[in-house]
Write a protein that binds this ligand. Structure first.
Ligand SMILES: Nc1ncnc2c1ncn2[C@@H]1O[C@H](COP(=O)(O)OP(=O)(O)O)[C@@H](O)[C@H]1O
Ligand SMILES: [Mg+2]
Length: 285
């Protein structure tokens, strides 16, 4: 779960100041030593220790003795900073329920000007290494921890949505802060959980959207029945952080895999035969 909303609401200004100081200092330290944190916040020893105690109880900050004594922000703390900023900007007013949990994200409903979806990117410690190798966009800074990698992932997705909307049927990107992307809420279900009345039309719609994205220079790179949503016959392509430019050396392979995944799914579930070559030609024509 993202950080509980009541924690964010009850946060004291001093606690916010500590979270911000940790975020800044974690560019230089994996674990921020107390003797570095204290001057950065300007608090007395007792104030700082009381506030750190509260932050640790809310699992926003962790303490480690090895390799040396220090404090680090963890996802609850990073979520809090992002939610605080998004609330201050007026982008969101209230946090709703969790609607999706994936390998590298959690998606929540929230209330902004209307219903919105918040996607908390979580490029975990385990996947961080491989993400850096596979995606090639991770900064090389030695102290760049996974929380920063997650904000890069959110930025990647935001950039894709900005380029694609509205030519491609994707959620409208509304705002971005740190690792949290705010987008329009799609009142539909994942394709994998839908039973379509007109599957041919849906397949057609998906291929048309893949083509539009391609024309705008973007290949999804992780498309499947799990990353398409349907809402009364309309299809939406979601989950874009791993997109590549059509000029990327792997773009051709990724595009072929995206199309193959979709065709396979419609064949398996609805018995629709659609030749791969024909589908590919439609997309890149
Ligand atoms: N804009 C949205 N509106 C409504 N539900 C969404 C939206 N974006 C994502 N979801 C839901 O959250 C799930 C996970 O989102 P997704 O972007 O696919 O992330 P992941 O990388 O974790 O798979 C989706 O399968 C979908 O059910
Ligand atoms: Mg997904």
């Amino acid at each position: 779960m993202p950080v509980p909303a009541e924690y964010v609401r009850s946060l004291h200004a001093y606690e916010l100041r500590i979270l911000l100081a940790l975020e800044r200092l974690m560019r230089r330290y994996q674990w921020v030593p107390l003797e570095v944190l204290r001057p950065a916040t300007g608090f007395s020893e007792s104030e700082l220790s009381y506030r750190l105690g509260r932050l640790m109880a809310m699992d926003m900050v962790r303490y480690e003795k090895v390799p040396y004594e220090g404090y680090a922000l963890v996802f609850n703390g990073y979520d809090t900073l992002a939610l605080h900023t998004l609330t201050r900007r007026g982008t969101i007013q209230a946090l709703g329920t969790l609607i999706g949990v994936g390998k590298e994200s959690e998606v929540c409903e929230a209330m902004g000007l209307g219903p919105v979806a918040l996607k908390f990117h979580r490029v975990g410690q385990r996947s961080f290494q491989s993400a850096r190798l596979k995606r090639g966009y991770m900064p090389e800074a030695t102290h760049c921890p996974w929380i920063f990698a997650s904000s890069i992932s959110a930025k990647m997705e935001y950039d894709a949505l900005k380029t694609l909307h509205p030519a491609v049927s994707v959620p409208l990107p509304i705002d971005l802060n740190r690792h949290v992307l705010v987008m329009s809420f799609i009142p539909g279900v994942d394709l994998v959980r839908a039973t379509l009345e007109e599957p041919e039309a849906a397949l057609d719609d998906i291929l048309k959207n893949i083509r539009e994205a391609y024309r705008l220079g973007i290949v999804h790179g992780d498309l499947s029945e799990f990353n398409v949503m349907v809402d009364e016959g309309q299809c939406w392509l979601i989950d874009w952080p791993q997109w590549v430019e059509t000029s990327h050396p792997n773009a051709g392979d990724l595009l072929a895999r995206d199309i193959e995944n979709i065709l396979q799914y419609f064949k398996r579930k609805y018995g629709i035969e659609y030749a791969f070559d024909e589908a590919l030609a439609r997309v890149v024509e």
